[in-house]
Design a protein around this ligand. Structure first.
Ligand code: CO
Length: 459
């Protein structure tokens, strides 16, 4: 049996370990080698890369993608897309979603992994449709979580819905690294029995389960696994590529990776890791194993947010109460998966409930919007009293929220005017208005300087 690998060094590992601060120039030198490694795909765009390019690295994200494409002509390039939310947390109108998908593919993307935080398939429909229309691979991703209503049947139904929608593969996305080996085995097995398309497992090594979980997933027939080159693996990142390849080959699985090339890639990333450790941008804590998420059944990132919130307010003594309140709030909200932004919304509300000494005395505007149905359909039932408290006699929205939005692309194009030099620029502006505009201004400044310099030189 064959197992394929998606390398995450440039996207998820970069995002999980060093907050996506790796500039293009730092990895440009290894791209041609990565192109020869034998990966199923290279996850290199989407997620936080886009925001980080504009906000911190003064890079045009579209240009980064085109450059990677030029250096990696033989490997499929993959991005992560949050369905109707694109790369952020608000819903965009359909014309914007379609244009974003179309331009991503035009600029070099081959595979778009599309998910919704609530697993509301209506929120991935348009992106999936546009991906297929443009000849790329639409991979439907299930946000994996645990709750009384998230069982095998629910995941099988989701996978079937995604396959019927046209998704060419299904990814189980365990963003918190809480999926155990047996759960992986059972889930993959159930999906393999009910859908025909390849199954992918994405997990993190946060709780130390990563490698075991991938191993059992492969035993159950998982076709593709997400891993990171070893120097960028472990902790909040993915399991190491070389280690998984070595172990699986020993077991007799067919693995297309070239171990010598992987060594070259790892040797390239080692000094980069050392440099980030030295500067403090890579905190050794994120590289170690943290099993707290297993005890509390909430993602590690969410726990550290809760600690930070309470410490800031000098209320760490309330931590046990907040920890106990968190699953209650989640239940009241119909068990949303604890992925951004739901993890923050649940955490902030649980903290507010405890600190106010009264549940739902203050309700955040995000939780209100969620209860109104603006994020999509809650996985389970929202507590009736809470719903009544927020909505009064109003009904929640039952349609797809994007159906309530006016088209947005032309409007944004007019708004940003000459500062945008392409439709790609307009999309950057729509996704991150402030950061994109600041980036355009700096770019113009640079151009003016080059121009002046050119004239001086002629003189
Ligand atoms: Co991830």
């Amino acid at each position: 049996m064959k197992v394929q690998f998606t390398e995450t060094a440039l996207r998820d590992a970069n995002q999980s370990l060093i907050a996506t601060r790796l500039p293009y120039e730092r990895f440009e030198g290894i791209l041609e080698t990565m192109n020869k490694a034998g990966y199923y795909s290279l996850e290199c765009w989407g997620g936080a890369t886009f925001d980080s390019c504009l906000r911190y690295l003064n890079e045009d994200p579209w240009e980064r993608l085109r450059k990677i494409r030029a250096k990696c002509p033989d490997t499929k390039l993959q991005m992560l897309l949050r369905g109707q939310n694109l790369l952020g947390y608000k819903h965009y109108p359909d014309d914007v979603v379609r244009m974003f998908v179309k331009k991503s593919i035009e600029n070099g993307i081959d595979i778009i992994r599309i998910f919704d935080a609530l697993n509301d398939v209506r929120n991935i429909e348009v992106a999936v449709d546009e991906t297929i229309k443009n000849g790329a691979i639409a991979s439907g991703a299930i946000s994996y979580t645990k709750s009384p209503i998230h069982n095998l049947d629910a995941y099988v139904k989701l996978a079937k819905d995604m396959e019927n929608m046209g998704c060419q593969s299904i990814c189980i996305k365990d963003m918190a690294g809480i999926m155990g080996p047996q759960e992986a085995f059972d889930t993959v097995k159930a999906l393999k029995e009910s859908v025909k398309v390849p199954i992918i497992l994405h997990t993190h090594s946060t709780t130390g389960l990563g490698m075991l979980t991938l191993q059992k997933a492969v035993e159950a027939g998982c076709d593709i696994i997400d891993t990171a080159i070893s120097s960028f693996s472990g902790g909040t990142s993915q399991a190491p590529t070389e280690t998984m390849a070595y172990a699986l080959m020993q077991e007799g699985y067919e693995v297309d990776l070239d171990m010598a090339v992987l060594k070259e890639i790892n040797d390239f990333f080692k000094p980069i890791k050392a440099e980030f450790l030295k500067s403090g941008q890579l905190n050794p804590v994120v590289l170690s194993t943290d099993t707290d998420a297993l005890n509390y059944q909430v993602p590690g990132g969410m726990l550290s947010n809760l600690v930070a919130q309470l410490t800031a307010q000098n209320k760490m003594d309330k931590f046990p109460e907040v920890l106990a309140e968190t699953p209650r709030v989640r239940k009241d909200l119909g068990y949303p998966p604890l992925v951004t932004p739901m993890s923050q919304m649940v955490g902030v509300q649980a903290t507010a409930n405890v600190l106010a000494g009264e549940r739902y005395k203050n309700i955040s505007k995000e939780v209100k919007a969620y209860i109104r149905g603006e994020y999509g359909r809650a996985p389970g039932e929202i507590d009736k009293d809470l719903q009544k408290k927020v909505l009064g006699d109003d009904e929640p929205i039952t349609c797809r929220f994007a159906d309530t939005l006016e088209p947005g692309f032309e409007k944004a194009k007019a708004e940003i005017g000459d500062k945008a030099q392409s439709d790609e620029d307009v999309l950057s502006y729509i996704a991150f208005p402030t950061q994109a505009e600041a980036f355009f201004d700096k770019r113009d400044e640079k151009k003016r300087n080059t121009f002046t310099y050119a004239i001086q030189k002629i003189d």
